[in-house]
Write a protein that binds this ligand. Structure first.
Ligand code: NAD
Length: 476
């Protein structure tokens, strides 16, 4: 939703890409090959609903196939168009490279307001859209693996997985055709909250580096930091809820479709979420002021701003008034290229989308591996791990008693230490590790190079180098 005089989402991504490649030593041919979107398939299909045929328009865009399968979510929103889907597919290429998820970049979208249809109608529409993509190999465990995005959730992913299985009855890896499925349909523990969890891990890693915290004009850790979040959907809700409950952040502002809530003492994120579920919006929520023009709250004083809804919300028209010293882009493309320039000048630190919201694709990668290996993570080793730990604990206790030392392990420690990791713990560990390593790779470039002034340019340099190496290894 950029201003009329603003570049489009895809142009913004290209401008940011160009700024980074200008600092790299790639041949112009390779630069162009990486930048362009390989293909975009547009489909128009009809579904009979309420006695008449409704025609829908959908897209699946493949940005880069330097690794296959390609990966990227499917979005349901009225604003979906080719430009947006191509921008999102490009971001997927860079995101996967940055966090070392072995995929090329893709994205899909359906121009629809999902709230205008009931569940049965949405199932018919989703299955038909999936059918159109599956028959062209645009959904396939080896070639193209979608996931949820705005307006879709595990429910739609389960329908897509089932549709694929019906059309490929002998494919033993059918479940790996889509990620973000419910657990009972081949999903993985921790996927629903993965993107929000990744935002939390990204902020924790940022605050482990005092030099970076200082660059944003902040100090200390996350405890007590004032946070404003835009969009209390899958990503925004989980990020805000974890930051509040586990890191002591104060969520002072929540911006939704029907306005914003603001309370300097902090908002109960779970209560707001329940209120939205019951009343369809934030309006009327007690214990907070309601601001009808929600986007104004983006400009309120806070320590951390988390845009987690739409692209282009921080643009030429409001960038200079943004007071947050630190922005973490939980949504894709919330800051336009023009706004990025203005904010960089002001010294605002931006943790860029391709890193900040990579938790989703990271855990999707784990889910895809789980589906291909046909076994839950931890199933083979968990009890063996517990048995070995118990042996060690028993031996320590025996030694202590033999030598009359009187050492005892506290029961809380013993219980925790003896418990082998289950799938959720392994997923969190893998996600945390990924977010830490990726941040460190970006900051290394940010701090090592005089000509790299921000984390976004650093992120592009790291990811483009990896994509370039893949193309070069292929001999292109
Ligand atoms: P979602 O549909 O679950 O939630 C979006 C939320 O934003 C909803 O609560 C909606 O009411 C709100 N919203 C819509 N328009 C708004 C407006 N004008 N102002 C304020 N709020 C508004 O979507 P999501 O999955 O949380 O995705 C949000 C963003 O995160 C998107 O940019 C998406 O591409 C990105 N993302 C999502 C995932 C994922 O795993 N779901 C992964 C990576 C990136």
């Amino acid at each position: 939703m950029a201003e009329p005089n603003e570049t489009s989402f895809r142009e913004s991504v290209d401008l940011m890409f160009n700024r980074a490649v200008a600092l790299m030593d790639l041949s112009p041919g390779l630069e162009e090959k990486i930048r362009v979107c390989n293909s975009t398939y547009t489909v128009r299909f009809g579904v009979r609903l309420r006695g008449t045929i409704h025609t829908f328009t959908g897209y699946r865009s493949v940005h880069s196939e330097h690794m296959e399968p390609v990966k990227g979510g499917i979005r349901y929103a009225m604003g979906v168009n080719q430009d947006e889907v191509e921008a999102l597919a490009a971001l997927m290429t860079y995101k996967c490279a940055l966090v070392e998820a072995p995929f090329g970049g893709s994205k899909g979208g359906l121009r629809i307001d999902p709230r205008a249809y009931d569940e049965h109608e949405l199932e018919l529409i989703t299955r038909r859209f999936a059918y159109e993509l599956i028959k062209r190999d645009l959904i396939d465990p080896a070639q193209n693996v979608p996931a949820p995005d705005m307006g879709t959730s595990e429910r739609e992913m389960a329908w897509i997985a089932d549709q694929y299985a019906r059309m490929n009855t002998t494919d033993i890896n059918a479940r790996a055709c889509v990620t973000g499925k419910p657990l009972n349909a081949g999903g993985i523990a921790g996927r629903v909250e993965a993107t929000g969890r990744g935002v939390q891990y990204a902020l924790r890693e940022f605050f482990r580096h005092p030099e970076d915290v200082k660059a944003a004009g902040l100090s200390g850790d996350l405890d007590g930091k004032r946070v404003i979040v835009q969009g209390l959907g899958n990503v925004g809700y989980h990020a805000a809820s974890f930051l509040r409950a586990e890191d002591g952040c104060r969520i002072t502002g929540i911006i939704e479709r029907d306005g914003a809530l603001f309370n300097p003492d902090g908002l109960d994120v779970d209560a707001v979420r329940d209120w939205i579920a019951k009343h369809g919006g934030v309006k009327g929520f007690p214990d907070a002021g309601h601001i009808a023009h929600g986007a104004d709250v983006l400009e309120e004083e806070c320590d951390i701003l988390i845009p987690a809804a739409l692209e282009g919300v921080i643009n030429r028209s409001n960038a200079s008034r943004i007071k947050a010293p630190l922005i973490i882009e939980a949504a894709n493309g919330p800051v336009t290229a023009a706004a990025d320039d203005i904010l960089r000048e002001k010294g605002t630190v931006i943790i860029p989308d391709m890193y900040a919201n990579a938790g989703g694709v990271t855990v999707s990668y784990f889910e895809w591996v789980k589906n291909l290996s046909h076994i839950r993570f931890g199933r083979m080793q968990r009890r063996a791990e517990e048995a070995r730990t118990l042996m060690l604990v028993n031996e320590l206790e025996r030694l202590s008693s033999d030598k009359g030392l009187g050492w005892t392990l506290s029961p809380g420690f013993k219980d925790k230490y003896l418990r082998g990791a289950d799938e959720l713990e392994l997923v969190r560990s893998g996600l945390d590790d990924t977010m830490r390593i990726a941040y460190q790779s970006m900051r290394a470039v940010w701090h090592a190079r005089e000509d790299v002034k921000d984390l976004r340019t650093a992120a592009y340099i790291v990811s483009i180098s990896k994509v370039a190496a893949s193309y070069q290894a292929k001999g292109i």
